[in-house]
Design a protein around this ligand. Structure first.
Ligand code: ATP
Length: 278
């Protein structure tokens, strides 16, 4: 799998714990920072640290994952030397049913961090894929762990960001892209981790104070590529099309269909453009 990638040597300077720490300007995000040259999955690492009592804001970063995961057991391609794989451990004081909204908070922070640092407008495909020129640059996997009484023990949010990869395996070649393929420029991965953490910390604090996406909704919708477009909703109960209008303050996609508004919940559903991925 890895052999199919070009650009698999270190191609943007050293990426590591020291280098990230030097450029990090946050109050709590990534305050406790782990770095692995290679690991199985940073989400699994962060979950393990969570069980051992690691503090809110702990961040695990890796240069390569051997078993990177997406939603529903899908694979996240995670070759060495050019991308970012990172997972943050959070201990939000909110009801468990509000936690899925955190994936939207992270999507916004990623789009903001990338747009700041890379001089490119990163868009969001609802709910949480980061897209440039119709190519998926980044995926997010959010996993929650509960206490026996149903309260949140922790939430782990993992980001896989294609940064300086030049090409992709056959199965994802048409839909995937990297910051390098889309902008023509290499990006310093340490700076990008720091930029995303800075935005995430701010967005997360606003979300937790409101226990709602209300303070972030406008910023998110400005980056929402589906807005005003026809989308295909791949619902296991039956596929349908409609026009995406925006999101609710709880993160559902508002789709207008036959003059009626439908509130689409991310859970089991995937959304596509009429003719392709976006
Ligand atoms: P959907 O839009 O179908 O709901 P998703 O956002 O739930 O997708 P993820 O779990 O984020 O999907 O990502 C897994 C999918 O992303 C894989 O099935 C594959 O198609 C694609 N993929 C895997 N690795 C990469 C990568 N490095 N870059 C871009 N896309 C990838």
């Amino acid at each position: 799998m890895t052999a199919e990638y070009r650009g698999s040597k270190k191609d943007d300077g050293e990426f590591g714990r020291e280098q990230i720490s030097q450029v990090l300007h946050t109050k709590w995000a990534a305050g406790n920072l782990f770095f692995h040259e290679v690991t199985g999955s940073t989400n699994t690492d962060a979950a393990l640290l969570g069980r051992k009592g690691a503090p809110h804001g702990t961040l695990v970063v890796a240069d390569q994952q051997r078993s990177g995961r997406g939603r529903h057991g899908r694979v996240w391609e995670s070759p060495a030397g050019s991308n970012i794989f990172m997972s943050i451990l959070l201990r939000p004081q909110i009801p468990a049913d509000k936690a899925p909204m955190l994936t939207i908070v992270m999507a916004l922070a990623l789009a903001e961090g990338i747009s700041d640092l890379c001089d490119v407008q990163a868009g969001i495909k609802w709910p949480n894929d980061i897209v440039i020129n119709k190519h998926k640059i980044c995926g997010i996997l959010t996993e929650m762990h509960l206490n026996g009484d149903g309260s949140i023990a922790d939430v782990v949010i993992g980001d896989g960001i294609n940064v300086n990869t030049e090409s992709f395996p056959e199965n994802i070649r048409d839909m995937a892209g990297s910051l390098l393929t889309e902008t023509g420029k290499k990006t310093d991965r340490n700076l990008l981790v720091a930029a995303v953490m800075r935005h995430f910390e701010e967005d997360y604090d606003a979300f937790c104070e409101a226990v709602s996406l209300a303070p972030l909704k406008d910023a998110y919708e400005k980056k929402l590529l589906n807005r005003g477009n026809i989308v295909r909703v791949l619902d296991p109960a039956g596929e349908y099309t409609g026009t995406a209008q925006g999101i609710t303050e709880t993160g559902e996609l508002i789709v207008e269909r036959d003059g009626r508004e439908i509130f689409v919940n991310a859970g089991e559903v995937s959304v596509r453009g009429l003719y392709g991925y976006v």
